[in-house]
Write a protein that binds this ligand. Structure first.
Ligand code: MG
Length: 163
């Protein structure tokens, strides 16, 4: 069995007014993420991770931010489409681990709900998706609450096509 891993990173700037859409969950907050799509940086980082694991490039190649059709786009739907493309190439998404680096809001209370939403988009079990929150200890642009960053790692295995 061939196991492959991919990494994804994303960051988005905050703007005034909540809620904060993250990992497919509407979190009560004073800010939201600015983006061409719906700005869900967790979904974007995971999309890049699963595409990377399968050697399929990145989210920007699949959903160009110059394409008006992608304006305000549902990022979970983008993740679902990426997972489908990965399967088409003969790989099955297995597991995802995510770290959200943010000062506030704290995401601890929303991790389980995010895992359920993300796992549904990926077509895997919720316990195969792990979401963690970390503060940046007040340092830099994250510490100044200008935005947040997300790092994700995904693993896929070769499917029956034997790739
Ligand atoms: Mg993004």
């Amino acid at each position: 069995m061939t196991v492959r891993s991919g990494i994804g990173y994303d960051s988005h700037r905050f703007a005034d007014g909540g809620p904060l859409l993250l990992g497919g969950v509407q979190i009560p907050a004073a800010v939201h993420l600015v983006g061409h799509s719906d700005g869900d940086a967790v979904a974007h980082a995971i999309t890049d991770a699963v595409l990377g694991a399968a050697g399929l490039g990145d989210i920007g190649a699949m959903f160009a931010d110059t394409d008006a059709a992608n304006r305000g786009r549902d990022s979970l739907e983008m993740l679902r489409a990426a997972a489908a493309r990965v399967r088409d190439r003969g790989f099955a998404p297995q597991q995802v681990d995510v770290t959200v680096i943010v000062e506030e809001p704290r995401i601890e209370g929303y991790r389980a709900e995010m895992a359920v939403a993300l796992a549904a988009a990926l077509g895997i079990a919720p316990d195969a998706v792990n979401v963690k929150g970390k503060s940046n200890e007040g340092m830099g642009w994250i510490g100044r609450r200008e935005g947040l960053a997300v790092i994700a790692v995904a693993t896929v295995v070769a499917g029956p096509s034997g790739r």
